[in-house]
Write a protein that binds this ligand. Sequence first.
Ligand code: BGC
Length: 745
Amino acid sequence: MKHLILAAAASCAVGVAAAATDCNKPQAAATPCDIESRVEATLSRLTLDEKLGQLWQCHWKTAKVAASEDASGLAISEKFLENARRGRFGSLIGKAGVEKYNAVQKAAMEGVGIPLLIGHDMIHSATTCYPIPLALSCAWDVDLWERIAAAMAPESIALGVNWTFTPMLDVALDARWGRIAEGGGADPLLTGLMGAALVRGFQGENLADGRHIAACAKHYVAYGAAQGGRDYNKVELADSTLRETYLPPFKKAVEAGCATIMPAFHSYNGIPCSANSYLLKDILRTEYGFDGMTISDYNAVLELIRHNVAADGAEAAALAINAGIDMEMVSSFFPDTLKDSIAKGIVDMKTVDDAVRNVLRTKYRLGLFDHPYIDEGEIKKGIDLAANRALAREAARKSCVLLKNNGILPLRRPAHIALLGDISGDAYQMLGCWSTKDLSNFENATLLEGLKADGADVAYTGLYTLTGRVDVAAVKAAIAGADIVIAGFGDYWENSGEGNSVARLELPGEQLKVAEAVKETGKPLVAVVFGGRPMAFPELAGMADAILYAWNPGGSGGWGLADVLTGISEPWGRLTTDMPRATGTCPQFYSRTITGREARYDAKFPNGRPYSSRYVDVPATALYPFGFGLAYTTFAYSNESATVDGDNVVFTLDVKNTGSRHGTEVVQVYVHDEVAKTVRPRRELKGFQRVALAPGETKKVEIAVPIDSLGYWVNGKYTLEPGFWTAWIAPDSDSGKPIHFEIAK
Ligand code: BGC
């Protein structure tokens, strides 16, 4: 549906100028052709200053436009309103609240007559706080992702926001990188599916219906490949890797109709993404046909000076707009310098006009010209907070991943549980890196509250922090009367997210002493591991009887985790990254390219045989691989086959629930091209399906994979050759029986 609209918009853009006369009048339902003619009509009446204003996203706190600040820190003075009237800015960044939103829109509408985009990072939290995106990706659940975004859209509008800077589509292969928390994990297919679902959820079928907001796919592109996993660091990549690993999710977002795109902070092969016309024009506009709007990241135009590719603001602005940036976020070199650069012939008027067109088109697509104001009562009527909290609880239970279970879970009753660790009783630590952090908004469901609510007999002692010392005697005393110990491990969410890369993925502080102490008493230990990234915990994995990886589960997180621990819900999550054994194996990802000397592990050489691609001191394999996650039952795979049928390879198998509880398996299809022109990944995920099975039940599963998704890039060309492939229909990226299929000439 969306692509049809975009295609139509592109094809009717030419030749509509003649029909432009009535275009400033509100129109009931704007067709794409109406939009193009209205864009042209609006553009034609703007002065150059007004045009440049449209290209600037100013911060609510920016002194240039704000004379005073109120308690919330969002300024709204007469000077500010006057600047809105004069069209000095086309957008604001930050949550405004409906009153301020409407006041500033009124000023803009009564003055320059162009509504403002109010952008903010509504990423996993608006009024309701969901798990962080990396956690959500572990649900492998397109419908869940779309429902969450659809629930967040009206909540965002009620907070005075009409544009969100999400989805974050950076495939992240390195757990050291703090921003791994914000995206869909290590796989381009999954990240793309999640991104497209979020775009559909936020933007809806009709972006202009007043209940949806514009999405922004970011950070374009390959930001997750920052060297050393260090945020903002340079990225150097082969073009084929860019196209096979990093671009596909962005292509999916464009196909889903994503309204806007934000380039990343880093330099890509020597050129910052915000000045990179290869990425922004050749690929995004020309190849993908993107006709929405691009916005630089926060001060990224200013950072062109800091990157030493521009001598001053004028040069930075010229570089950025000439490369394909339409709107500048926060720094103000577009409005301050472009007039002069046009006069000097450094920037063409057409370049500015095209950027303004992209901004106006986005505003028309959002329907802002026709309904610029928010009717708070109306929007709130449509928000069911209780239902959204239930959705957040569902998301929390579907996002956590059961990594180990020697039979201790689900918790049996009666059992007296000792719950340990500051994080197990800390509501704030459930939230995650892009939450609003305002506890008054959320359910504040700690693990403790969740277990109590689910009827567990639980005694809580904070006893230790994740980063501090552990009093072993106190741990033993606290658990003396318990049948089972549940303890919180991992890291605090403040150590993940933007700018928060780490050099150590091992558990900080003395947490392992807790596990050792419990082990010494012989009592069963259930480890609940929190964190915004994968961590390296082989020792804990050896000691704990069960491990539930909780991520940052959000404001209703404690309920969701307890639902899984108590068995009210089945474990649903599967990893979307590898869990490494040590920091030094990073980047650690299932789809690494094979070598001429693949490591072989045997009893004599458990870390791999000499002269192979190994580490001497630790196996280079994942502790828990991509795709892995246990249920409370077991599954058996049989009769795996792959058959070419028309345009697809159809993978079939029988899956049986061999345990005594209901369970849902995630059947995954991986392929490897046996002989190719370039060295291929050891495995690539090409499809998956969830299968719900009653105890003893067997189901036939069929997963169709389009043949044209099996190709790869050589010398700038997408290539698909006839030949043989190995495939695995498997529960994770390390297991499964290899089968083979042939794509004939
Ligand atoms: C981040 C973006 C975010 C922007 C606006 C930047 O620092 O990189 O992801 O959308 O700030 O908050």
